[in-house]
Design a protein. Sequence first.
Length: 247
Amino acid sequence: MEIIIRKISNILSLILIYCVAGAFYFNYKGFEIVFPNNNSQKFEIIFHEQVAQANEHGPITLQENMVLNVSTKYALGSAEAPLTLYEYSSLTCPHCADFHLDVMPQLVRDYVDTGLLRVIFVNFPLDRNAMKAAMLSECMTYENYFGFLNRLFDTQRSWWMDNENDQLFRFAAEYGLGYGEATSCIADETMAHEIIANRQEAVTRLKMQGTPAFLFSGADGNEIFYGMVKYQELKEYLDNRLAKLRM
């Protein structure tokens, strides 16, 4: 009997450890576990606008006369470019990092530098650290903005689970944002509301379910890709669309 009791006790201990670990994980990812009352062992997980990565499909045509409430202060490329790319990314998203580090430089070389494409990066944070990183990026000068994004994407694995902000603040300092400025930056409620507003607009109007996503907007309308897209696919798409715009 004693052996059986000991085994049951061990099993219950493992279950308790599993539940506690799960609670910490969900809390870290931006979820909240709520126990309805003291007399119940039932709990629910509240999703605080947390979403999975988008499934890959597109381009999908959206309404023609769509105007987004997105800031253009960090826009890359000519305002006269026939097409504008809105790059929706979470700074903790691996596929977003792959796109930004591998595909974006080719787009810049072939389309942005030649005046055919304008790029606007839009933060779509998926968790708390992505939100902090997004806020720090919004505090950068224009000259340091894209360098800081590249640094975060390139070192993503070193900071995305760092709850102490040490790595994020270190990278921010490399791009001209001191500790005091960085601390004030991630406490800026107005900025936080703007980022969340952009995120909610993407969910509501662009039907986004995750990251990355790529909206191409021009005089001929708006089309969006959901999920990771390879350069060759985008090149064929852009060449065809630009050819039609010239007609």
